[in-house]
Write a protein that binds this ligand. Structure first.
Ligand code: HEC
Length: 149
């Protein structure tokens, strides 16, 4: 029994060590990859509107991708991962204006969920309106917290 408990303990510890092992560079690269997926889903959503015959299924699928990230954004920005790490464009004010960044992330989260809810109904016009609102939250955060080159 005791041996098993120790083994389980070692396993849990092992997992914790792995979770902390991401270097600042890995963190930056992982979050950029996630933002790229979000960007791709936004583009695909916009493109189906531009086609002139918006496809409700495309909207639904892409809204689900974005909503899947809705609550993760703050966790992608541990201290020590600002501009200077790899090709990061994360401005230092993310960590000095914590309340402002948290609000920008919360606005995005609410709008992402709003887009998913609208897209899930199959009502293309409602999804379009929610998509526009969501786009505003990307822009809002980028203007303040993302470095322009
Ligand atoms: C709460 C703030 C915030 C929100 C909301 C946000 N972003 Fe970003 N985004 C950032 C920051 C900061 C970076 C720079 C990250 C880095 O380079 O380390 C970034 C980077 C990106 C990138 C560049 C990724 C790369 O490869 O360099 C894309 C694309 C992107 N965001 C798309 C979006 C889209 C689309 C939305 C809205 C649906 C969005 N973002 C919402 C803060 C945000």
């Amino acid at each position: 029994m005791r041996k098993i408990a120790m083994m389980v303990g070692a396993l849990v510890l092992g997992t914790a060590v792995v979770a902390q092992a991401a270097t600042p560079l890995e963190t930056v690269e992982a979050r950029k990859a996630n933002f790229k997926k979000i960007g791709g889903a936004m583009k695909a959503s916009g493109d189906t509107f531009k086609s002139g015959a918006p496809d409700a299924a495309v909207l639904k699928a892409n809204a689900a991708i974005i909503a899947g990230f809705a609550d993760q954004v703050p966790s992608w920005f541990p201290a020590g991962t600002a501009v200077g790490v790899g090709k990061s464009e994360a401005k230092p004010n993310i960590w000095t204006d914590k309340a402002g960044f948290a609000k920008a992330a919360a606005d995005f989260s609410a709008a992402a969920k709003g887009y998913k809810a609208a897209a899930d109904t199959g009502n293309v016009a409602a999804a379009g309106a929610a998509l526009g609102k969501l786009g505003g939250t990307c822009k809002g955060c980028h203007e303040t917290f993302r470095q322009k080159d």
